[in-house]
Design a protein around this ligand. Structure first.
Ligand code: FAD
Length: 332
């Protein structure tokens, strides 16, 4: 087999590299060194997401695989990066009638540990869920880059094009989707902004979600987010974003905090926020579209692509690039 070149060292590239490493396949990584969205991500993994409190298909399976994968990497990285967490979902009084049944008897019920139906001062009730986690994405990437760099496998430069003597896997994130070459994606990339704050008075050990979210990251610090913006795809933190996230911070945490940093990135989003992978031409493969759930999806999606490449295993239709293009043709 030809040696493999992975383009991009965000979550997609790093997880692909780890699978190849564990399989003993020769590879190198080319990364521009420009910080992609993985460096902004809060790394949240939680069972019940979005305004409609949806449980993603295959969540339990994907979470189990993600946990085993990151914990396996931790032994080589000599650092904990996967932090299991309880999640509190707050329900305001306007959404309660529609959403509470989902936690009582619907798909979210299996994740419920406790329901506190007494209204808080802000009019919320609190549902505590199991099965959440936070991946320290920045640390996972920093340590992975150092590990592969130590073995001479990382080149920091812009990728200059496919060569015939290697198999290339493009893991270029939103930059690749927006470039539209060599794959003409129909992307729905979204800019997102996030704050890191210091807030000793919050004393919170769980992830709080509702209108936005906050998550403890240690030393009385929290990440708070996030915004979604589809029309202005830049990586510049904005005043508008700041005001929005500060309102989330006050609602979920409280009035007292100090802002440590304010960051922005672009989520690589395709169709239903599901990743897409496959061969685009002989010896050139791609994996992209990790959306807003890269920490959960990267381990299983990159494993499936590596098994496709090395073992000839078929890609499931919801992941397959061929299926993605067939569905675009069908909908046009
Ligand atoms: C504000 C915000 C909050 C988020 N929160 C969460 C969260 O809580 N949980 C979660 O799971 N996900 C979250 N995400 C989403 C997560 O960041 C993405 O799913 C994931 O990081 C995408 O990883 P990637 O490797 O595909 O892309 P990227 O992280 O963008 O990595 C791509 C890499 O490829 C490099 N590259 C691109 N083109 C080239 C080239 N031609 N040559 C060389 N190098 C190249 C780039 O420099 C970059 O290093 C969040 C995103 C944002 C913006």
């Amino acid at each position: 087999m030809k040696p493999v070149v992975i383009v991009g060292l965000g979550l997609a590239g790093a997880c692909t590299a780890w699978h190849l490493w564990h399989r003993g396949v020769a590879f190198r990584i080319i990364d521009s060194g420009k910080r992609g969205s993985s460096h902004v991500a809060a790394g949240l993994v939680h069972p019940v997401t979005g305004k409609n409190c949806t449980v993603a298909e295959g969540y339990a399976l994907h979470r189990r695989e993600a946990e085993a994968f990151y914990q396996h990497c931790e032994t080589l990285l000599q650092q904990q990066v996967w932090h299991p967490l309880e999640v509190v979902r707050l329900l305001g009084n306007t959404e309660r009638k529609k959403l509470l049944p989902k936690f009582e008897t619907g798909p979210a019920a299996e994740w419920v540990i406790d329901m506190d139906l007494h209204e808080s001062e802000q009019g919320d009730i609190a549902i505590t869920l199991r099965g959440g986690a936070r991946l320290d994405v920045a640390e996972f990437l920093r340590r992975s880059r150092a590990f592969f760099g130590k073995h001479g496998l990382v080149e920091e430069r812009e990728f200059s094009g496919v060569s015939g003597d290697a198999t290339t896997i493009l893991c270029e994130g939103a930059q690749g989707l927006m470039r539209g070459h060599p794959v003409a994606w129909q992307h729905r990339c979204a800019k997102g902004e996030i704050l890191t704050v210091h807030a000793p008075s919050w004393r919170q050990s769980r992830m709080i979600t509702g209108r936005g979210w906050l998550v403890p990251v240690g030393n009385d610090c929290y990440k708070v987010g996030a915004t979604y913006e589809w029309n202005q795809l830049d990586e510049i933190p904005s005043e508008k974003g700041l005001r929005h996230i500060e309102s989330i911070a006050r609602h979920l945490g409280g009035a007292h905090y100090t802002i440590l940093s304010h960051d922005a990135g672009i989520r690589p989003i395709l169709r239903k926020s599901q990743p897409v992978a496959g061969m685009i031409s002989p010896d050139v493969y791609v994996l992209n579209g990790l959306g807003s759930k890269g920490s959960l999806h990267a381990p299983w999606a990159t494993r499936a692509l590596v098994e496709h490449l090395l073992d000839g295993a078929a890609l499931q239709s919801h992941l397959s690039l061929d299926h993605y293009f067939a569905s675009l043709r069908h909908s046009s």
